[in-house]
Design a protein around this ligand. Structure first.
Ligand SMILES: Cc1cc2nc3c(=O)[nH]c(=O)nc-3n(C[C@H](O)[C@H](O)[C@H](O)COP(=O)(O)OP(=O)(O)OC[C@H]3O[C@@H](n4cnc5c(N)ncnc54)[C@H](O)[C@@H]3O)c2cc1C
Length: 410
């Protein structure tokens, strides 16, 4: 028999958006269930960036000191290397925030930290191995969600269902929404390359000839990405692993002898890049946030920031009407009105950068890579580097925690 549960707010997806919104609402006394289809947060390819705005949120929650105890790296600048020459692209040192750096922390550590805090509130529940399969409607109103669990099917009745299930969101589609796609010229191949003493410490962005390499440094390895023309993976595979490694040698010559760690193509994962947005983020009783509302390209490493900012804005706007049972379409529209512009502007900027930096390299294999004019100009314009630091690190219309603490922590 189908089991049923009731809650005030059910959030489908335990990524940055879902976990942050769950924590904020639970802390404000709202009963929340977060559904996560996996059994833990331990997955690669999710991005590790902790933006200056995220440190600010942690500070506003009174958690910054504890948060900084988690092992992580910090940088005050973002740099890129074009044909061996390094350029500074963005600077965070002069931002009006409490912690003026960009951090790099495995996302599972970040999500575990949010979970540890959220669990202190009796109003919070995380269900693992719980996959949302579709919205339940009564007329035009969303009243709940169907869930697959190892114990069988479950129905959760809720005042508000939040789709925070990321790119390719099933929940959003089941509500009848179709994302509007913007073209992304690239896909990313992900793999690991081990680190040795003396290797570069900071994250890497290296462009040489037809090759674009990005990497986040983890303790023992580089979580590495190699950008390819969209749909080109089959052709690259046909060329063979040896040819692929030859291209890698050009962008990470210091790790040339370690490329044998890639034994076969199963060590290389394809991640299809998409950039899309929803025209409308809400229905009666239903809201989409994070990548479920606006799928971000990895370019600039800003998707996590936007997901978290959506979560803070949604919790700020909705905790009161949720608590006093007065939630209306107007409240949900307020969330989209506040957050759609920042995400659309960032996506537009990502598309401009794609066209300016990525496409010329991927589409013209024989040309030597040169830093675009604006990156060369940036070297003489420190204020502009700070402006870019602000754009990447804080986004447009930064959010601040306005939700109260209403539940006593356990
Ligand atoms: C290759 C690549 C690299 C990136 N690197 C960065 C980076 O360095 N920095 C950055 O800021 N951004 C990066 N991004 C973008 C970033 O990953 C996203 O913008 C961000 O994770 C969005 O957060 P979210 O919480 O909305 O969704 P997600 O992080 O996708 O989280 C969704 C969660 O929902 C769960 N889920 C999915 N379906 C269901 C379901 N039906 N039921 C229950 N649970 C479900 C998933 O398991 C997941 O835990 C990158 C993106 C790509 C493609």
């Amino acid at each position: 028999m189908n089991k049923e549960l009731n809650t005030t707010c059910c959030i489908a997806g335990g990524g940055p958006a879902g976990m942050m919104m769950g924590l904020l609402l639970a802390r404000a006394g709202i009963q929340v269930i977060v559904l996560e289809k996996h059994g833990d947060f331990f997955r690669d390819f999710r991005g590790d960036t902790i933006h200056p705005s995220t440190f600010t949120i942690m500070d506003e929650l009174g958690l910054l000191d504890d948060f900084l105890l988690i092992p992580h790296d910090e940088q005050t600048e973002v740099k890129g290397t074009f044909s061996g020459k390094q350029y500074c692209i963005a600077n965070f040192a002069r931002l009006p925030v409490v912690h003026k750096v960009i951090g790099f922390m495995p996302q599972w550590d970040f999500l575990d930290f949010l979970l540890k805090e959220a669990k202190k509130y009796s109003t919070f529940q995380l269900m693992l191995h719980a996959e949302a399969t579709g919205v339940i409607k009564n007329g035009s109103k969303v009243t709940g969600v169907s869930v697959n669990t190892p114990e069988g099917k479950l129905t959760i009745n809720t005042r508000l269902l939040v789709a925070a299930d990321g790119r390719g969101s099933i929940v959003t589609r089941s509500a009848g929404f179709t994302p509007i796609e913007t073209s992304a010229p690239m896909d990313v191949l992900w793999f690991r390359v081990s680190r040795k003493e003396g290797d570069p410490e900071q994250p890497l962005l290296n462009l040489v000839q037809n090759n674009i390499f990005i990497a986040i440094t983890r303790k023992e390895y580089y979580q590495s990405g190699f950008l390819i023309k969209k749909g080109d993976f089959d052709r690259i595979k046909k060329e063979g692993l040896a040819a692929f490694k030859e291209r890698l040698r050009k962008v990470i010559p210091f790790a040339a002898t370690r490329l044998d760690e890639l034994e076969d193509w199963s060590d290389v994962k394809l991640l299809s890049v998409s950039v899309s947005h929803l025209a409308q983020w809400y229905l009666d009783g239903f809201l989409c946030i994070g990548d479920a509302a606006h799928t971000m390209s990895p370019l600039g490493g800003v998707g996590i920031n936007l997901a978290l900012q959506d979560a803070v804005a949604a919790a700020n706007i909705l905790y009161e009407p949720l608590g006093n049972k007065t939630l209306t379409l107007t409240d949900l529209k307020k969330v989209q009105d506040r957050r759609a512009l920042p995400s659309r502007l960032v996506q537009k900027m990502q598309v401009i950068l794609q066209n300016m930096i990525i496409s010329p390299v991927l589409l013209h294999p024989d040309k030597e890579v040169k830093a675009p004019l604006f990156i060369r100009l940036l070297q003489y314009l420190p204020l502009l580097r700070t402006f870019l630091g602000r754009f990447i690190g804080m986004g447009i219309r930064p959010e601040h925690v306005r939700t109260p603490v209403k539940t006593n922590a356990n």
